[in-house]
Write a protein that binds this ligand. Sequence first.
Ligand code: S3P
Length: 437
Amino acid sequence: MSEASWIAAPGAPLRGEVRVPGDKSVSHRAIMLAALADGTSRIEGFLEGEDARATEAIFRRLGVAIETPGPGTRIVHGVGVDGLRAADGPLDCGNAGTGMRLIAGLLAGQAFDSTLVGDASLSKRPMRRVTEPLAQMGARIDTGQGGVPPLHVHGGTPLTGVEFDNVLASAQVKSCLLLAGLYADGETVVHEPRPTRDYTERMLAAFGWPIEFAPGIARLSGGHRLRATDVRVPADFSSAAFFLVAASIVPGSDLLLRRVGMNPRRTGLLHVLRLMGADIVESDAGEEGGEPVADLRVRHAPLRGIDVPEQYVPDMIDEFPALFAAAACTSGVTRITGAHELRVKESDRIATMAAGLRALDVEIEEASDGATITGRADGFGGGRVDSHGDHRIAMSFAIAGQRARGEVVIGDTANVATSFPGFLELAQTAGFSLRSG
Ligand code: S3P
């Protein structure tokens, strides 16, 4: 465990208004496409988290000038699709699987070699899901033993478009192949078993690259140009999710989340919480930077256990740690299935949530693709939990702690800064009983 830790305690009602930071997925992609565009793009609402900043630092090293006139704003002087130049050493993606997998696709099409490295968590994550289909396109990428980082991407290898039927519902894999497809001869087509977030497709279209896409399929061909475009990054639904759950489970809460990104490929948790009995009302629906946004008013409501419909899994893949915390506070049993991918996120999220919930005396049975959680509507015990350096596990126990009967000490919280800088302070403002310790 790293030094950083938090102490969560039984909480008072959550009240007031909260606006969460910019979307991580959109921030990564905005830097990448702006870097490869002809001309200068302005990004507003950029996530000042370590993951997005790692991607930004990589593009600087690849020769792209990026200015920061103020927090959350970037001015990117695009170099054109063929304008990147070799970096003088390994490129560090930090904790970010999205950064590494998408950048691997882009680098496969360059004239020069590159090496991608990551932190301890990223260095254990599977990369064959991208290196194998990239190899079908003609790319040459060496991985570490067992298909994990570092990735050594050989440049100067001509790419050819492929039609790829993915067995995984993975926006990262789809996006990686589409980005390699920018440099490929012919058409690149990706089919998915279930639709995943389509930010790469939407943003490529916004930057003027011809692309056809619909839920479950995307198709483009190489050889076009990207036109500089300003990007407004919506607030991250995945960050809002912690407040949605917290206000639902803490009696007396009434919290307003402002201008939350509501892309339907991200809002699975909203449907599932409502099935559990949550009281969440949307208002002022609108658009920011081409993405749907809305205000969400969440009031406490007693939650019941449910069987989580598998159709929602890809649309809430990052929200399962928060859902585990919600499930622990229900009356009844919640069953999660079809979520194997949780095993290979920033931590094994089934195992880390199960270990933590057990430490708080919540009954949980693990399965390879999910878990069965028996709720404790009357609250559960305090204790010590380890987030294993996983930002979303740390924040999920911060919310679970609001319903514990004693203090919950959460270890290894430093990585919360990868996706949600300022979480602790914002949570305190909303009324969380949470402090560093
Ligand atoms: C992401 C896709 C998801 C998600 C990750 C961000 C993206 O991963 O878990 O946090 O920005 O494309 P997978 O596509 O691998 O499921």
